[in-house]
Design a protein around this ligand. Structure first.
Ligand SMILES: Cc1cc2nc3c(=O)[nH]c(=O)nc-3n(C[C@H](O)[C@H](O)[C@H](O)COP(=O)(O)OP(=O)(O)OC[C@H]3O[C@@H](n4cnc5c(N)ncnc54)[C@H](O)[C@@H]3O)c2cc1C
Length: 375
């Protein structure tokens, strides 16, 4: 059997959070890594995200936590506000990178992507933009990959990090459903009000809203719209409709409404989840990140799982003689944690839809405590 330590070449499909982190982690352990990314190099994904403690802990292992904190906005916890505009719960999240550093960080997505991309490229990773994988077959210890430009190459490892609609998942013969949960989630970039120094989440009569700072000057508003079909709206209607939905909330949410002025800063996406019930790997191929386990955004932890996946994958491959055994061990180590997170996020969606917000708070808290355990 050929040792994976002997022929360490990897192709990763997708230069998102999971793909870029896995690429850096593998390259640091001596792998020669290439990434095929379908989007052009200039593509940026627009809104912000919150990186919780487990994400910061994993980024710290790559030496990136301080950079993310410097370019984002460090926070200690979540303030939940009830339907009357009164503070209902104040959650302090575990500080996993030391008592003197923040528990989490809000960031603009393009900033996180830039940091991860620069780090991967500095580690020698080559990213091919506008490229995807058209076919995959496996022979002995090698994966033969046909790229969208017609070239055929062999690698010791194929990693599908191509998101919730992963085509690598299908090419490896791994199947999962994509579940829509009757919610559309809105995001809009706004200037940061001075009081927004942590996550603020507001329960409404029908919907849920919130504000997350992503830098000293910027924040993003989110709104989860309940009981709607999976539908699209014309761009011109996005900002006025979001302002209308926010207008139904009392207190501070009303203050945010006028900030949502420019239509191009507003995005609206379906809340969808995916979870591979069985193996995530076949032969020397594996899927990671949202391709294996995509939670609803309610736990703000999909990126944390994706970043952890990259680090644990590189670690398990270093601990095993063959790629196949390393992948088995990786999936065994990750499956339970990722399933818990996805299932909890879906349970929170249900509680929001039933207007049982107060029941969701302890669930969110308990799940964050669970995720504080080592990956
Ligand atoms: C509205 C919303 C809000 C969220 N907020 C948070 C949050 O605050 N905190 C948090 O931790 N998580 C959040 N998440 C979840 C988080 O965004 C994902 O879990 C995370 O981005 C998953 O990373 P990934 O690399 O697996 O997938 P992605 O980020 O989707 O990256 C996949 C990459 O693969 C590329 N690709 C796709 N198909 C192909 C192909 N066939 N060939 C080549 N390349 C391909 C894509 O262009 C992309 O670059 C949120 C999700 C949503 C929808």
């Amino acid at each position: 059997m050929k040792s994976c330590r002997g022929a360490r070449t990897a192709v990763i499909v997708g230069a998102g959070v999971a793909g870029l982190t896995a690429a850096s982690a593998l390259a640091r352990r001596g792998w020669r890594v290439e990434i095929a990314e379908a989007a052009p190099a200039t593509a940026t994904s627009g809104w912000g995200l919150c990186l919780t403690g487990p994400a910061l802990r994993a980024l710290d292992e790559l030496g990136l936590a301080d950079r993310c904190l410097a370019e984002g906005y460090g926070m200690a916890g979540i303030t939940h506000v009830d339907v009357n505009g009164e503070s209902a719960d104040r959650v302090q999240l575990p500080r996993l990178i030391g008592a003197e550093r923040p528990a989490m960080v809000g960031m603009a997505r393009p900033v996180l992507h830039r940091i991860l991309r620069e780090t991967a490229e500095r580690s020698g990773v080559v990213v091919h933009y506008g490229m995807t994988v058209a076919a995959v077959d496996q022979e002995q210890e090698l994966v033969r990959v046909r790229f969208s430009d017609g070239t055929v190459r062999q690698f010791a490892l194929l990693v599908g990090a191509d998101g919730i609609r992963s085509s690598v998942r299908a090419l490896l013969g791994l199947a999962t459903s994509l579940d829509y949960h009757g919610q559309m989630v809105w995001r809009a970039l706004v200037s940061r009000p001075p009081w927004a120094t942590r996550i603020h989440q507001f329960a409404g009569e029908v919907n849920t809203a919130g504000l997350i700072p992503i830098s000293g000057s910027q924040a993003y508003v989110f709104l989860t719209e309940n009981g709607v079909g999976h539908s699209a709206l014309p761009d011109a209607e996005l900002a006025p409709r979001l302002r209308q939905l926010l207008g139904a909330f009392p207190g501070r949410v009303k203050e945010i409404c006028p900030l949502v002025s420019a239509s191009e800063s507003v995005v609206r996406r379906p809340v969808q989840t995916a979870l591979l019930a069985g193996a995530w790997n076949r032969g020397n191929g594996v899927v990671i990140g949202d391709a294996a386990h995509a939670p609803a955004p309610q736990m703000a932890s999909g990126a944390a799982l994706a970043i952890e996946d990259g680090l644990v994958l590189a670690h398990e491959l270093a601990c095993h003689e063959s790629v196949g055994a390393g992948l088995e061990s990786f999936v065994n180590r990750r499956a339970r944690r990722c399933r818990t997170l996805v299932q909890t996020s879906v349970a929170i969606v249900g509680l929001e839809q039933a207007q049982h917000h107060h029941k969701a708070y302890p669930l969110v808290n308990a799940c964050h405590q669970q995720m504080a355990e080592p990956a």
